[in-house]
Structures are given as C-alpha cells and as structure tokens.
Design a protein around this ligand. Structure first.
Ligand code: ATR
Length: 500
C-alpha cells in the first residue's frame, strides 16, 4: 500500500494534496511537525476535512496516520516533548486510524498511556524506529523489540550508507513481514526498499508529492504507480535493475519497466546505487536479482564476477549487461556494441566506410571494436594521441584488425579527419549537459556528406549534431544508441522471465 506523507504547511493545502493523489494511494500520513500555526487545532481539524474532501472528490475516505516527528528522528517538531505527547493524545481522540509512536516511548509512563488511549479508540499504533545516519548494528534485536506487541505495527526506517548496509536491512525483511511491519531504507541507497515494498512484504511504502520530501529518498505517487507499477507487484515479482554510482539519473528504469508492462510480465527494474560491486553480487543472490544493466563506474569491475563472458565483453574490457546464465552463474554481454551499430547500419552501410572516431576512452573502445568488425577503415582521434595509438594497437593485436589507425585530435589534423569522414563518431563527454555549448570538433567544417554520430544523449541534439544537420549531414543521436543497447538488454531480460 502506498502512503502519501503530507508535507504542506497548512491543513487546507495538505487536504488538497491528499485529494489530488487519492486515486494512486491507499493511506495518508499527516506530518503534523511540518505544519505551521496552531497544531492543536490542526490535529483535530485534519481528519474531518480530509474525510469530507476525499469522500466528495474520490468517493471514499482514506486511512489517516498521525505523525509528529522529532528532529532527532528526521522531523521538524520544535516544541517540548510534553507538547508533542499532548498533540498525539489529541490526535488519538480525534479518530486517526494510525498513530506513530517511537520505540523509546515504549515502556515509559506517558508512552504507555498513549498506547492505552489508542487501544480504547481503535487507533492502531505504528511503533517506529528512525536512524537518519546509518543502520544500527544490532538490527535483529531492534526488530524483536519493535515487534513485541502483536496489535502494533513495527516500523524500521534507517539509512543504508552502502550496499552492505542495504543487505543487512533486507535480511530482516522476512521478520518484518511476519509482523506485517514497515521496512524503509532512507536516502538514495535505500530507494530499492521503497520500490520493493510489496515484493519484500512491507505493509506500506511512504512517498511525498510536491516540492518537499517528507524523508530522504521519497518518490512521488505517480512515479511509484506509473513507472514502478506498485499496484501489480507481489512476492513472486522477478527483479532486474541498473547498478551505477550515481544512478538515479538513469533513463533505463523508464525503458525497461515500460517493456515489462507492455509485455504483461511480472517483473520490475530498480535503480541500485552501488558503492561496492562485490556486495552487490551477494545482494543479487539473496534477493534474488536476475539481470542488471551496468553503468559508470562499474563496467569493468563486474567482469571478475562473470562465469560466462561474451566476445563483446572480452574485446572491449567493459560489460554493460549481466544476466543469470544457463548454468546458474552470471553471464556478461556488452550490448553497447550492437546498440551502437544498429541505428548506424539503419542509416548507411559501414563496410569499407572511412570513419573517424573521436575519443579513445571506454566508450570509444566499444565503438572501434564494433566498426572494425564490420570492415570499416578507422582513424581514432584523441586529445591524448598516445591513448588513441594504444587503443588502435591493442584492438589490432587482439583481434587481427588491420583497419585501425590513430592521430591527435587537433586542428592540424583536419585533412586527416576529412579523409575519414564518411562517418564521424563522437565518443567523448565534450558537449554533454551541463556543458552543452561545447563542441569537440569546433574547428572542423562539415561538407554535408558526412554521417555524424554523437553518442551523448543529454542533450539529445548536441551542438556538434546541430551544426552537422545545418550543413546537411545525416545524423544519429546518442538516444538511438541508448535505444539500441536497451532493446538488446530487454530481449535478454524478457527471455529470462519468459523461460521460467
Ligand atoms: P568513457 O568511458 O566515457 O569513454 P573515459 O574512458 O574517461 O570515458 O574517456 C573519456 C574520453 O573523452 C577520452 O578520450 C578523453 O580524452 P583523453 O584521453 O585525452 O583524456 C576525452 N575527453 C574528455 N574531456 C575532453 C576534452 N575536454 N577535450 C577532448 N577530449 C576529452
């Protein structure tokens, strides 16, 4: 179930946000600590107004949670503890469906009085523990403490700092599920816990709408339902994802979740912010995850974990796709190779074409390997000429290619570039947002006969491509390469889901 945390400063605005999102959510949480003004009046006013407005616009009311979060737990309540407890008591009397009481209130005289009052009015207690800094060492013991009372809902909201923390947190998910509890990993590393709530059996997942997040890592209801298909997930949903650092900017979740949805597959694709590849592979076994896209900076580091390696990985020293192989181990493929070629070959023939590749990094290696295999004549031009030379020599030596030369990327080599200008491929980061006004070939004037391919996809049309188009050149954008490599990944992922 999705619970929308209301972060607006007034009851009227909070009710409006609840009503506007009512179709997507199953409950609302009033974060009283984020409201301005007379909190005692607001805590009484909210349930009535919220029920009335939701019934009018949505046809029925939604369960309401009352939370008054202290600063130590990530909230903004600035009054005294006695005032906070009084507000909670007022809320219980006002008929909230749930009230959030922190773990340290358990056993205290005031805390027990609140729990008793809740019992009398039928308000269920959410017994919560927050750690905004990390994940406590004694997690199983903490879960046991939170789950002591059957009538209460335990809630664990902690902050994994890396994949090893996330593993520890997910290891207590079965215990939390047993007591119908709520498990939350806050922050970027914890985002999978929010997306996987129905899969790991967390009673609900919190989200925010509007500009203010109620807690770090909150997504909005539209993203949870539309992109991550929260409503169709269950215990048997198959898991895929993308690993990177950073990763939240990745377009891959949009692409792959849409493919899964269109094909009616019970599978989900999740972003994992990975600081430690070894730990991620352990997590992948535990969850289990069946396939991942790999992005910067892990494309080389995943290779040592593979049991089967595709030729595209060996040749490029990079792997952007890992899937479970037939024998149970991991299999690696570099779909950047075919993803690069597919839109190019749709635009023109590559065989015998004279091609310049600008750049000599990891991306250039995949591009040169792909082109050399299609019998193009290639010149690698790079700011650091030595690196271009090494790339040309290494690929020639390892694959017996005779069609790769190299040079420095500089205006003096304009004539050389012109002689290799049937196709010009740009593989550096020059021109990528936020430096979209840069053009790595600003000194080169297009004749209009070149096909220009920039593998950057933000912006979709780089300055270089815009200039080439203006001169009458055919162009291929990085989005087309993205689409090509993602199509191939989707084929591998869907094959796995369909085969078992
Ligand atoms: P990737 O894996 O994305 O290719 P990389 O291996 O770091 O990343 O390679 C970056 C490429 O962009 C290199 O070819 C680099 O040139 P150098 O080898 O001379 O460093 C190129 N590059 C980066 N910034 C550049 C700039 N300002 N001008 C020209 N080339 C640049």
């Amino acid at each position: 179930m999705i619970c929308l945390s209301l972060t607006a400063p007034t009851v009227a605005e909070a009710v409006e946000v609840a009503a506007a999102n009512a179709e997507l959510i199953g409950a609302v949480e009033l974060r009283l600590d984020l409201l301005d003004g007379d909190l005692s009046a607001a805590v009484r006013e909210f349930p009535r107004r919220c029920d009335r407005e939701l019934s009018r616009r949505h046809g029925s009311a939604l369960p309401r949670i009352l939370t008054v979060r202290r600063a130590t737990d990530g909230g903004e309540f600035s009054g005294s503890e006695a005032e906070r407890l009084e507000l909670l008591r007022t809320g219980i009397e006002a008929g909230y469906d749930y009230v959030d009481l922190e773990e340290d209130l358990h056993g205290s005289r005031e805390g027990e009085a609140l729990a008793k009052a809740a019992g009398a009015t039928g308000t269920r207690v959410i017994r919560s523990y927050h750690d905004t800094e990390g994940v406590p060492a004694a997690l199983p013991e903490l879960v046991r403490r939170l789950s002591q009372r059957e009538e209460e809902i335990p809630k664990l909201a902690v902050t994994p700092r890396g994949i090893s923390d996330l593993r520890r947190l997910l290891s207590v998910a079965p215990k939390m599920r047993k007591s119908n509890g709520i498990l939350v990993g806050m922050g970027t590393v914890g985002i999978p816990t929010r997306l996987l709530a129905p899969r790991i059996g967390s009673f609900l997942t919190f989200c925010s709408a509007g500009n203010k997040q109620a807690a770090p890592g909150h997504l909005d209801p539209e993203t949870l339902v539309g992109l991550y298909r929260h409503d169709m997930l269950g215990a048997t949903t198959r898991l895929f994802g993308v690993i990177g650092n950073p990763v939240m900017h990745s377009k891959s979740p949009h692409f792959h979740n849409r493919v899964f949805a269109e094909r009616g597959l019970d599978a989900l694709y999740v972003p994992f912010h990975v600081d430690d590849v070894d730990e991620f592979f352990k997590l992948a076994e535990e969850l289990p995850i069946e396939g991942v896209s790999v992005t910067i900076p892990h494309k080389a580091a995943v290779i040592s974990h593979l049991r089967e390696v595709d030729e595209s990985v060996t040749a490029t020293g990079a792997c952007n796709t890992v899937v479970r192989g037939a024998a149970g181990g991991w299999r690696g493929v570099n779909t950047d190779v075919s993803g690069f070629l597919t839109p190019l070959q749709a635009a023109r023939s590559v065989k015998d074409a004279a091609v310049s590749v600008v750049g000599a990094g990891g991306a250039a290696r995949a591009v040169v390997y792909a082109l050399a295999g299609e019998a193009a004549r290639i010149c690698v031009l790079n700011r650091t000429a030595e690196r271009a030379r090494r790339l040309a020599e290494e690929l020639s030596a390892s694959h017996g290619f005779h069609n790769i030369s190299s040079a420095a990327l500089e205006p003096e080599n304009e004539e050389l570039l012109r002689r290799h200008s049937d196709i010009i491929v740009q593989t550096t980061s020059v021109g990528m947002a936020p430096h979209a006004d840069e053009d790595p070939l600003h000194w080169y004037e297009f004749s209009g006969n070149e096909l220009v391919y920039d593998i950057i996809y933000t912006p979709e049309i780089t300055r270089l491509l815009a200039r080439a188009r203006k001169a009458g050149c055919k162009t291929v954008s990085g989005s087309e390469m993205f689409r090509g490599q993602a199509d191939e990944q989707a084929r591998l992922f869907c094959e796995l889901v369909s085969s078992a």
